[in-house]
Design a protein around this ligand. Sequence first.
Ligand code: GTR
Length: 324
Amino acid sequence: MKLTLTAALLAGSAIATAATACETTFRSSDTHPEGYPTVLAVQEMGKLLEERSDGRLCVEVFHSAQLGEEKDTIEQTQFGVIDMNRVSMGPFNNIIEETQVVSLPYVFRSVEHMHHVMDGPIGDEILAAFEAHDLVGLAFYDGGSRSFYNSEKPITSMADLAGMKFRVMQSDIFVDMVSALGANATPLPYGEVYSSIQTGVIDGAENNWPSYESSGHFEVAKYYTLDQHLIVPEVLVMSKLTWDKLSPEDQELVRQAAKDSVPVMRELWEEREAASEQKVIDAGVEVITDIDKTPFIEAMKPVYEKHVTSDKLKDLVERIQATE
Ligand code: GTR
């Protein structure tokens, strides 16, 4: 059997942890469990950093939301309580204006389009925008595309969403997105979604295959509709307070190790997307693939009108759309 990159890295990380004695260990937060692509990617970044700094600089990933839910860990990273954080761009929307453009529904035509944008000057500009908010943007990771899932019924058209209640990430754009589709949005921390669906507080949520699977949400919400309304990149950031304590040479080592973990992350992501999709299908999830996205896309007009108001955002959106 072919050893997957996920399995290889999981096996390797056990050995690496046992052998280290570091001068500085950066604490990095992640909401996802051990073995999830983002967790493995930051561990890989740490491995590169440790090698290149001759064992001086290390990273320890606190996975499974051990350091808290994303919104709180972002604040703690701004305050320097947490050194590094791997988060979706969504929870930054209410803090850093520029992050809003990549959280707009259907702004990216495909994952390839998102890569072209984030790997180029627009991505650099958005990364640089973190600095004014006590954070240093290091690299973008993949988060696939997000679709709706629920516990009630197969959703095959926009009309089926009417009146249903969906959890969204804590960002006004996502609240307005769900309203524009005729449903009701409840912003909640990720860790509260499972029990909220189980107890009927909400009918469902929206996410990519790996999150839907690893969180166990598929156990309580078995209808997954592939409407792919969001392709939100994820980001690895460092606290500006931690960053400012490093020499320029060490800052460069950190930045480069983060950048070099991106191709690894993309490979891990592709592997995990396929594995997660298969796992939930095997568990009896009903996937609705035959869905006309046009009405969904058209319904997003008021969301753009409300949120893309400044010249800066208008320009960014235009340049994203003009990117091949
Ligand atoms: C996941 C993402 C997490 C978190 C989560 C959520 O896809 O990787 O960082 O934002 O979604 O919905 O809260």
